[in-house]
Write a protein that binds this ligand. Structure first.
Ligand SMILES: Cc1cc2nc3c(=O)[nH]c(=O)nc-3n(C[C@H](O)[C@H](O)[C@H](O)COP(=O)(O)OP(=O)(O)OC[C@H]3O[C@@H](n4cnc5c(N)ncnc54)[C@H](O)[C@@H]3O)c2cc1C
Length: 432
């Protein structure tokens, strides 16, 4: 590990999910002492796959963790994997293949494998994880010291210089960024539900699903619904997410679903009824799912216009929980964590200028992540036949063209430079 001069501030990260851990690794590499407060009793993730695009992969490479993450994934390596779009009904004809270039490297990985790989690095770094610590309150700016006190459900508390809220879409930290007005919390049900499950590809091949339909990511498009399938664990397992959108109520209008769990166990029949018009192969994939779960997808609509207040900043889903139609939410949180670690880790950042440094983070990340969130909503509309060019094959093809590009291709080093230049212009950092 590189030698760094002693820092005069400490950082507390609330939430030890993918984004919190990526940020913690970046910060510790920059010589910052980090405490992670995680509500659960150990690091853990749901049983589902996730796809990481080139933007997230570049960050993992920069942090020196990519090799280990790939090893945990069970994949032979990174691959250029172009998405294929098929009509879900009838004979499921292929209408569009994403024109992936050689730098469109992606990594499909089981979430638990990704978290495990990151947690192994945390164990080696100068970061302390405190489990069973659910943040319930924050007292900012205690006394004149400008330090914040984080309060936990077990009655304990922790005093720190910087609080980073990586506590997911239901974030407790968010309230302290958006202020006292609880009605200002934009957490909403997106009117989208998703059945999720995993199935061995060998099982699918036995029931006649062709290998070319399980070997690459496929979006099976319907009207007001679509199914995403992609292989993980070196092609042994297919990750399946089947979406239904409430087309009459788009994100932004409704509030959190009252009195209903966000994730429920579903019956196979309920799921199959929802895709009755789909063709043989996607229905065979759905039929093979063992105990699908049904998710009521929530997100931040309307979007936050700031992720920062004083020495408190949000990252990941806490800042921009979004519809998952570009498979980009974690990627955006990984970008957040990286920029935070580069700015807080800058040699000229100190206790006295932390708040301005976090403002620099805010200025870059709000337009970027909120833009990807809008792109994700747009992509879902296109998959569901509700894009601006309509549900015809030609219309969908036109709208699908390069839909992933803005999310996948992003120059993080340019973001770092832009932030540092701004801090220099503000005379917070000196000229090199
Ligand atoms: C169906 C679906 C498919 C998706 N597919 C993709 C994909 O392919 N690619 C992609 O990039 N993204 C995808 N996403 C988005 C991705 O899952 C999220 O963006 C990502 O998991 C967010 O990570 P996070 O670390 O911000 O939050 P989380 O993963 O929610 O982690 C938050 C952590 O904070 C802890 N916590 C919560 N509250 C507290 C508290 N009060 N105090 C302390 N700790 C707390 C939790 O226990 C948890 O460990 C998908 C999402 C969905 C719903």
């Amino acid at each position: 590990m590189a030698e760094h001069r002693e820092r005069d501030f400490r950082v507390a990260i609330v939430g030890g999910g993918i984004c919190g851990l990526v940020c913690a690794i970046g910060l510790t590499r920059a010589g910052i002492k980090v405490d992670i407060f995680e509500a659960a009793s150990k690091y853990g993730e749901i049983g589902a796959g996730i796809a990481l695009g080139p933007n997230a992969i570049n960050v993992l490479r920069e942090l020196g963790v990519l090799e280990s993450v790939v090893a945990h994934s069970g994949q032979r390596g990174l691959e250029v994997r172009s998405f294929e779009f098929r009509i879900g009904a009838g004979d499921c004809k292929s209408v569009y293949s994403y024109p992936a270039s050689s730098d469109d490297l992606s990594l499909p990985i089981h979430r638990a494998d990704l978290l495990e790989a990151l947690a192994e690095f945390i164990a080696l770094e100068d970061a302390v994880t405190h489990f069973n610590k659910r943040c319930v309150d924050i007292t900012p700016f205690l006394g004149s010291s400008s330090r914040s006190t984080i309060h936990f459900a077990d009655g304990s508390s922790h005093i720190t210089d910087v609080v980073l809220g990586a506590d997911g879409v239901k974030s407790a930290v968010r309230q302290f960024v958006i202020g006292d007005d609880t009605s200002a919390n934009p957490l909403s049900f997106t009117n989208t539900t998703a059945y999720r499950g995993l199935v061995e590809t060998a099982v699918l091949h036995r029931v006649g699903v062709p290998t070319n339909m399980t070997a690459r990511p496929v979006c099976w498009m319907g009207q007001g619904k679509h199914i995403i399938t992609f292989p993980i664990k070196g092609g042994r397992v297919l990750n399946v997410v089947a979406f239904i959108s409430g087309v009459d109520l788009l994100p932004g209008a409704p509030s959190v679903l009252p009195e209903r769990d966000w994730v429920v166990r579903s019956s196979l029949q309920e799921m199959l009824d929802d895709y009755a018009e789909f063709g043989e192969h996607p229905r065979n994939i759905l039929k093979s799912l063992n105990q699908p779960s049904k998710w009521y997808i929530h997100g931040l609509y309307p979007q936050l216009n700031t992720y920062v207040k004083g020495p408190i900043a949000l990252l990941g889903d806490a800042a921009h929980g979004m519809l998952p139609h570009l498979g980009a939410g974690a990627g955006q949180g990984i970008e957040d964590g990286y920029l935070l670690s580069r700015l807080l880790g800058h040699p000229e950042t100190n206790k006295g200028n932390i708040e301005v440094v976090l403002r620099a983070y805010d200025q870059v990340r709000v337009p970027r992540a909120n833009g990807v969130s809008r792109g994700s909503k747009f992509a879902g509309e296109v998959y569901d036949g509700l894009g601006p060019s309509g549900p015809s094959t030609e219309g969908r093809r036109a709208d699908l063209d390069l839909v992933f590009d803005a999310a996948w291709h992003h120059d993080m080093e340019a973001d770092v430079r832009m932030s540092v230049d701004w801090l220099t212009d503000q005379r917070v950092f000196g000229r090199a």
